[in-house]
Design a protein around this ligand. Sequence first.
Ligand code: FPP
Length: 239
Amino acid sequence: MANSSKINTPKHVGIIMDGNGRWAIKNSLKISEGHKKGVSIVKDIVEESVKQDLSSLTIYAFSTENWKRPKAEVTAIKKLVIDAINDQVPELKEQRVRLKFFGHTYDFGRKVIDKIDYAEQETHIKKSKLDLNVALGYGGKQDIVDITKKIASSVSAKQIKIEDINEKVIHNASSVPVEDIDLLIRTGGDKRISNFLLYQIAYAEIMFVDKYWPDFNRKDFLKCIDNFKKINRRFGKRK
Ligand code: FPP
C-alpha cells in the first residue's frame, strides 16, 4: 500500500517480464536460452530493488495460459525455476530477501514444489529487506474464481454474512500474498496487463517498456522509478 509520507517512492513494484522468446529468436537462440537470460536479469533487478529500498517486488514468471506452450518449453522453465532457486538462495539470504511463490504451484509437480518449499523456508525472515514474490501458474481471473469459491463456502457455512463481505475479506481470502502495486512495468513492447494481478493493480502507475526482458537493465529500471517519482498520485482525490 502506498505510504502517504513517501507517496512518490514506489514501495511495491510488479513486473511482467515479456519478450524472452522474441529476444531468443532475434539472437538465433533456443527459446529456453531467452528464459535463461531472463532469469539473470531478474537477479540484477532484485539487487537494484534492494538498493532502491523497495519493500516488495512481484514478478510474473508463469501464467495459467503458459501451460498451452510446447511441452519442451514448459519443461525448460520448470528446470530454470529449480536452477534459479539453487543458485540464488544463498545470495538472496545475504541480501535479506524473502522469497514467496504464489499461484497454482502444485501443478508444477513434486520436484518444483519441494524446491519452492525449500526456498521459502530458507529465505524466511521476520523483517525482510525485500519481499520477492514470484507468480507461478498464476492467473488473475483464476484468483478471482478461487476467492469467490472460498467466500461463498464461508457464507454457506454461516461463518460470514453476505453484508460483511468487504475489500479486507476479499484480500484475506486471496492466496496471493501481496498488497497493492504502486508501479507496474511490462517489457516487450505490448501494452496490456494480460492476466497479472487484476485486483491489486487498482491505482498502479503502469509503464510499458519497448525492450525485450533480456535487454532490460538496471538503468531502464531506474528510469521507470524516476518517472514514477514525477507522477502526482491522487487516488481519486482532488489535490
Ligand atoms: C515471457 O516471455 C516470459 C515467460 C513466460 C517466462 C519467464 C520465466 C522466467 C524468466 C523464469 C523465472 C523464474 C524465476 C524463479 C525467477 P515470452 O516467452 O512470453 O516472450 P515472447 O512474448 O517474446 O514470446
